[in-house]
Design a protein around this ligand. Structure first.
Ligand SMILES: C[S@@+](CC[C@H](N)C(=O)[O-])C[C@H]1O[C@@H](n2cnc3c(N)ncnc32)[C@H](O)[C@@H]1O
Length: 221
């Protein structure tokens, strides 16, 4: 069976069906929940070449991303005509552009020091890209590398996992609550069935696909 989570290979093969050419409408709709002001820094974990980073830059925010694939990062800078330089530090290659830094390497190796300027986090297709064991590790690591009072805008998907395999993996409200039960306040902002806009899921006969948006607030307590 093909390993769909061999991310580096997926980028080499251009198997990047999750990528969208427009910023995510839920980021635009719910960004105010992050309570950030111009000049603040937003961390985008598992960032790919997301146009959401461009949107954040266009709104006057700074961006820090982390991504395994150098191909993805180079495509991001080149396709958006952004100048960049590359440095090596510890276990990362660091791509630096104006108001944006993208760490090329493993999210799980990021340190709190690298994110000390971060005020908010935006997660689209990051948590749900990971299998269940890594999701717990992902949430714990996020808690350990962000500061108290940071807010996270989290987008998830939920569908009957027995009807189609991930990624993206199904993550329901109970799981989000459990993953972020300690040290975070968790508020679901929206949840709706969007099966009509998901042809792959429709073709596979999946009963529903719920898209949910959460605001998590790291209180540290
Ligand atoms: C489903 S894609 C989502 C990309 C982006 N968030 C978006 O919305 O377009 C997941 C991305 O995470 C990257 N990735 C997976 N595991 C990673 C890890 N441990 N550290 C950094 N990046 C990772 C993959 O290379 C891939 O680009």
């Amino acid at each position: 069976m093909k390993d769909t989570t061999n991310w580096i290979q997926r980028w080499k093969d251009a198997q990047t069906g999750w990528h969208r050419d427009q910023p995510n409408s839920k980021l635009i709709e719910f960004i105010a929940y992050l309570q950030i002001k111009q000049g603040d820094t937003v961390f985008v974990p598992l960032c790919g070449k997301s146009q959401d980073m461009n949107y954040l830059l266009s709104q006057g925010f700074k961006v820090i991303g982390v991504e395994l694939s150098d191909l993805a990062i180079e495509q991001f800078f080149n396709e958006n005509n952004l100048l960049y330089s590359v440095d090596q530090a510890e276990q990362f290659q660091i791509y630096q552009g104006e108001n944006i830094t993208v760490y090329c390497g493993d999210y799980f190796k990021l340190t709190k020091q690298m994110l000390n300027s971060v005020s908010a986090i935006y997660d689209r297709a990051a948590l749900v890209a990971l299998p269940v064991d890594l999701r717990e590790k992902y949430a714990q690591h996020l808690y350990s590398i962000i500061s108290n009072d940071c807010r996270v805008l989290l987008l998830t998907l939920n569908y009957p996992q027995s009807q189609i395999s991930g990624p993206p993996f199904a993550v329901d409200e109970d799981e989000v609550g459990a993953l972020f039960s300690s040290g975070f306040e968790c508020q679901q902002l929206q949840c709706f069935n969007d099966i009509k806009n998901e042809p792959k899921f429709l073709r596979a006969g999946v009963d529903f696909i719920e898209k949910a948006t959460y605001c998590l607030h790291k209180t540290g307590e």
